[in-house]
Ligand binder design. Structure first.
Ligand SMILES: NCc1[nH]cc(CCC(=O)O)c1CC(=O)O
Length: 308
């Protein structure tokens, strides 16, 4: 049987994530997988990510799927637009990595130990807003680039920042978790919807492959991601909005329970709406939608407006 073609970007993170999924699929089904490198316009551009958007990375992989140049692709779930693609299908959501954000600071410092005026780099409006909300007098500097280059801004030979905040999952997948100086409590820094989760996508009419890939699906992760992303979709916010969400699945007396927290923070961190809801994993989508409506009723729409 021929090897399945898994399309991937060439970044270290993309290659690692794709290889992990390829190995898991081979272990579960015996099918061989070959990685096919897709060069995206975003890889060639040095424009700020906030301007070009992570969408360019996703579109290049999706174009390759639609053109039948590859059979499936692995995305960082949080980078996907909330709207489903009519010709594509998310066939598996593998077990999630730690969804929390992480701090990498000079001299092993934690957030609370960084002196006032310290420079801290991050590109995400959601993180910038929540850092401001902590009131630590930190100088927040927008940065972009891959995980390794962002860490180099603190630990490299030409370091120019005191700290950076980034997703723990990306750092862990690159084998660099030992450099994390603090994992941020979601009470202080609520992660992006779907952070730490992967989406394994193929063509919607490729029924045999959908069946094969389903071996990698993890039901609790799927429920958590569905709750977080339906909240995001109902808020009609994009990946660049100051919107955060985190769902946890726990065993209750009457079966599993889902606990969803959501937040919308004004970009300057001055105003925030934070709310939560609980329910059953089977109702994940409805819980996310209901929480979004609660947030809107509490004034979230006035905080999302312009993120510039
Ligand atoms: N914003 C870019 C991005 N998209 C996915 C990850 C890796 C973590 C994940 O899979 O959620 C990152 C890096 C980061 O946010 O630090």
């Amino acid at each position: 049987m021929t090897a399945l073609r898994l399309g991937t970007r060439g970044s270290a993170l993309a290659l690692t994530q794709s290889q992990m999924v390829a190995d898991a699929l081979t272990a579960a089904t015996g099918r061989q997988v070959e990685l096919v490198r897709i060069v995206t316009p975003g890889d060639r551009s040095s424009a700020p990510i906030a301007r070009i958007g992570v969408g360019v990375f996703v579109s290049a992989l999706r174009d390759a799927l639609l053109a039948d140049e590859i059979d499936f692709a692995v995305h960082s779930y949080k980078d996907l637009p909330t709207a489903a693609h009519p010709q594509l299908h998310i066939a598996a959501i593998p077990p999630r990595e730690d969804p929390r954000d992480a701090l990498i600071a000079r001299d092993g410092l934690t957030l609370a130990e960084l002196p006032p005026g310290s420079s801290i780099g991050t590109g995400a409006v959601r993180r910038i807003a929540q850092l401001h909300a902590l009131g630590l007098e930190l100088q927040v500097t927008p940065i972009r680039g891959n995980v390794d280059s962002r860490i180099a801004r603190v630990l490299g030979p030409e370091a120019d920042l005191d700290a950076v905040v980034l997703a723990r999952a990306g750092v862990a997948r690159l084998g660099r978790s030992a450099e994390i100086t603090e994992t941020l409590d979601p009470m202080l820094m609520l992660p992006a919807p779907a952070q730490g989760a992967l989406a394994v996508e193929c063509r919607a009419d490729d029924t045999d492959l959908i069946e094969l890939l389903s071996a990698l699906d993890h039901a609790p992760t799927r429920a958590a991601v569905l709750a977080e992303r339906s909240m995001l979709a109902t808020l009609e916010a994009g990946c660049s909005a100051p919107v955060a969400a985190h769902a946890e699945i726990a065993e209750g007396d009457d079966g599993d329970e889902i606990y969803l927290r959501g937040a919308v923070i004004s970009p300057d961190g001055v105003r925030a709406v934070r709310l939560s809801r609980t329910g059953t994993p089977a109702g994940a989508a409805e819980i996310g939608k209901a929480l979004a409506i609660d947030l809107l009723d509490a004034g979230a729409d006035t905080l999302m407006g312009s993120t510039e």
